[in-house]
Design a protein around this ligand. Structure first.
Ligand code: SAM
Ligand code: SF4
Length: 326
């Protein structure tokens, strides 16, 4: 079965958030005081998340990425992932983490059936890392990367939000990791989810990031896998890891969008920057598989063609990325 939206795009990828809590406070993602605690019962139980995943896979979703908040802070996550990995028809199970708990959990994640890890890493300088994450410990994340490989994972993909004046001096250091450590790195444009005043001062278009790399390295374009979605991927000849550019804001992005999202409170979104969201709770409590499948199909078919975030005058309701899952 294949899920196709009304603009002809195949939708095969679900980003499923299991929590909006986090053990870091990246300034571009979360307010420093954290998020307001949702009342008891607002966050989906594991069996409800599983029902969403099974239903989505039954419709044609082939890849699920578990995200958050920080997915590894939710208790019982390993048991949930074990069940998820057994869903017939699910071809690819991945997880995005800030890496702080990876040293402790990498082996369990691998045994549970997670196939790939993405680790968010915005600086290789302890001070800058701590300042971006408001107190995060770089050494723990680096130890987590090692632990992941020791547990049997391929070198984790690194997600790096590049921000002018903050970490853009490290672009080439990250690129070097594709050769020295074999990690693939994806440079993500800073997205103004919380619409901070003068957010443009941080923003560096993906094209500029690419030019800065190309000034020092020969880059070859590489074919993307079937679930890669909207990144442009390159490689320094001979390097094990690839370099991806995600131009979420500046464009060339939406036409290849292959995903839908569900938040930890059961809000389904066809587009990260659309204010449209559908509350799945009525089909989860009590569970209604048939109704849920119809609602998910509707979310796919009404996926907007594109967002206009880079256009002057564009507005969206503020949200914190940790609530939606990035
Ligand atoms: N806590 C996990 C982590 O940090 O990897 C998973 C959730 S986090 C919300 C998912 C991704 O969203 C991270 O790679 C993070 O860098 C990215 N992200 C969060 N806020 C962002 C923003 N304003 N612009 C661009 N990327 C953002
Ligand atoms: Fe937490 Fe990830 Fe958001 Fe950073 S990007 S605050 S680690 S959810």
């Amino acid at each position: 079965m294949q899920l196709t939206d009304s603009h002809g795009r195949t939708i095969n990828y679900l980003r499923l958030s299991v929590t909006d809590r986090c053990n870091m406070r990246c300034f571009y993602c979360m307010p420093k005081e954290g998020i307001v605690n949702k009342g008891h019962g607002a966050v989906l139980r594991y069996e409800e998340l599983l029902l969403i995943a099974e239903t989505a896979v039954g419709l044609g979703i082939e890849k699920i990425r578990i995200t958050g908040g920080e997915p590894l802070v939710r208790s019982g996550i390993i048991g949930f992932l074990e069940k998820l990995a057994l869903i017939p028809g699910l071809r690819h199970l991945a997880l995005t983490t800030n890496g702080l708990l990876l040293e402790k959990l990498a082996t369990d994640l691998h045994t549970a059936g997670v196939q790939r890890l993405n680790v968010s890493l915005d600086s290789l300088q302890p001070q800058i890392f701590s300042s971006i994450t408001r107190g995060g410990d770089l050494q723990r994340v680096l130890a987590g990367l090692d632990a992941a490989e020791q547990a049997g994972f391929p070198p984790p993909k690194l997600n790096c939000v590049i921000m002018r004046g903050i970490n853009d001096g490290e672009i080439l250091d990250f690129v070097e990791m594709t050769r020295t450590r074999g990690n693939s790195i994806r440079f993500i444009e800073y997205m103004p989810a919380m619409k901070e005043a003068d957010w443009q001062r941080y923003s560096i278009p993906g094209e500029e990031i690419l030019q800065r790399i190309a000034a020092h390295h020969t880059l070859e374009t590489i074919d993307k896998g079937p679930y890669a979605g909207p990144s442009r991927d390159f490689r320094i000849p001979g390097a094990q890891g690839s370099i991806g550019i995600i131009t979420a804001v500046s464009g060339h992005f939406c036409s290849e969008c292959n995903r839908i999202r569900v938040t930890s409170t059961g809000q389904a979104k066809g587009c990260l920057f659309s204010d449209e969201r559908t509350d799945l709770m009525p089909w989860l409590r009590p569970p209604d598989r048939v109704g849920l499948a119809e609602v998910l199909k509707g979310i796919v078919s009404s996926k907007p063609e594109r967002h206009d975030i880079s256009q002057a005058g564009y507005t969206h309701k503020n949200f914190t990325m940790s609530q939606v899952g990035g």
